[in-house]
Design a protein around this ligand. Structure first.
Ligand SMILES: *Cc1c(COP(=O)(O)O)cnc(C)c1O
Length: 380
């Protein structure tokens, strides 16, 4: 089945008891066990029909064999990290989500799990970071907010060679653009609060794997930790996923057009977009992505005030988050990456003038007109 069909007919797309073509929301904490040990459902933390439907769908669209749904992307990440024990070491991409760093720095480190941060585009740096205690390589591609692209197949090969798990946070790409499990990665996860949900109305996280033993370990942890996705949210998420292909097509088309538009702006000093042929990561992006994603970052010329720019936009919403139908814009230095000390932030290439845009599906003419108002304001 092709991906566009899987989105609609994959997983458990119909209620087996009633034939309802939209899986009902099963608001039940517990289930009558007519015969002990033979009931299909027992208790909703362990398993719920609505959650199971979305979990099966996620497994299908990531080309895995098992899917898991969590109360947030952060809960999904924490549950995956719970595979590791005191003394274990993880190699982590240097540009991963701030909340992931917070978990590593302030929670997992207290539990005796250590990590080394590297630019995972540099495969020699990844290999150099290996220690006898290393158990996994964890990364995002494209990264946030500089949209750097790592060679997924190469990382998966290094992991396999050294007996490590490879884990990818696929939030920025979505399974339409990139399917890490097909490139040899062991665990793929998402903040489903972004593209998978797509409508800015649900906080959720998902994980998908291929390997049966890994699925069993994650299923155990999901039930033991209990950070599961509730039935209402599970339903909202599967409803969002149904239109993922349609939404992504519109997102990707608008992004390509805005890339050309931004490239022609004298106020733009630098553009970050994996689909830019001048981008050093372009060849790898072209090899592993279908479309280049719908995130664009750009730096204004030194001295131009990004705050003036974003505050003169009428349509594009000044907000954190991404992957929504509506375009969202933010200034990493003041918002999503504001907690990082300025010196370190600059070292990581995140200038004060950097603006991150999550391109929505509005009419392109309106988006361009809105951005033009921002440019007019900063150029005055
Ligand atoms: C938002 C985000 C997360 C965290 O997900 P929540 O659903 O907000 O907990 C993790 N990774 C990436 C790349 C994100 O953008």
């Amino acid at each position: 089945m092709k991906l566009a069909t899987q989105l609609l007919h994959g997983g458990i797309s119909e209620d087996p008891t009633t034939g309802a073509t939209s899986m009902p929301i099963y608001m039940a904490s517990t289930f009558h066990q007519h015969k002990i040990g033979q009931a299909p459902w027992e208790y909703s933390r362990t398993g719920n029909p609505t959650r199971q439907a979305v979990e099966a769908l996620v497994a299908d669209i990531e080309q895995g064999t098992a899917g898991f749904a969590f109360a947030s992307g952060s809960a999904a990440i924490m549950t995956v990290f719970s595979l590791f024990s005191a003394g274990d070491h993880i190699i982590v991409g240097d540009d991963v989500y701030g909340g992931t760093f917070r978990l590593l720095n302030q929670v997992l480190s207290r539990l005796g799990i250590t990590f080394t941060v590297v630019d995972t585009r540099d495969l020699n740096a990844v290999t150099a970071a290996l220690t006898p205690a290393t158990k996994a390589i964890y990364l995002e591609t494209p990264t946030n907010p500089l949209l750097r692209v790592t060679d997924i197949q190469a990382i998966a090969a290094i992991a396999r060679e050294h007996g490590l798990l490879s884990i990818i946070d696929n939030t920025f790409a979505s399974p339409i653009v990139q399917q890490p499990l097909t490139l040899g990665v062991d665990i793929v996860l998402h903040s489903a609060s972004k593209y998978l949900g797509g409508h800015s109305d649900v906080i959720a996280g998902v994980v998908a794997v291929k390997d049966a033993q890994l699925a069993e370990r994650l299923g155990f942890l999901q039930n033991a930790i209990g950070a599961i996705l509730a039935p209402q949210e599970s339903w909202l998420l599967q409803r969002g996923i149904k239109t993922l292909q349609l939404r992504m097509q519109a997102h990707l088309a608008n992004t390509e057009k805005l890339f050309s538009f931004l490239k022609a702006q004298p106020a733009v000093a630098k553009l970050y977009y994996p689909g830019d042929p001048d981008n050093p990561d372009y060849a790898i992006a072209k090899k592993q992505m279908h479309g280049f994603g719908a995130m664009l970052s750009f730096e204004l010329q030194p001295g131009l005030d990004p705050q003036v720019f974003v505050e003169h936009l009428q349509l594009i919403t000044l907000a954190e988050s991404l992957g929504a139908l509506e375009s969202l814009i933010e200034i990493p230095a003041l918002m999503t990456h504001g907690a990082i000390p300025r010196e370190i932030r600059l070292q990581n290439g995140i200038q004060d003038e950097l603006i991150r845009l999550s391109v929505g599906v509005e009419d392109i003419t309106d988006l361009k007109a809105d951005l033009k108002a921002g440019f007019d304001a900063v150029m005055q």
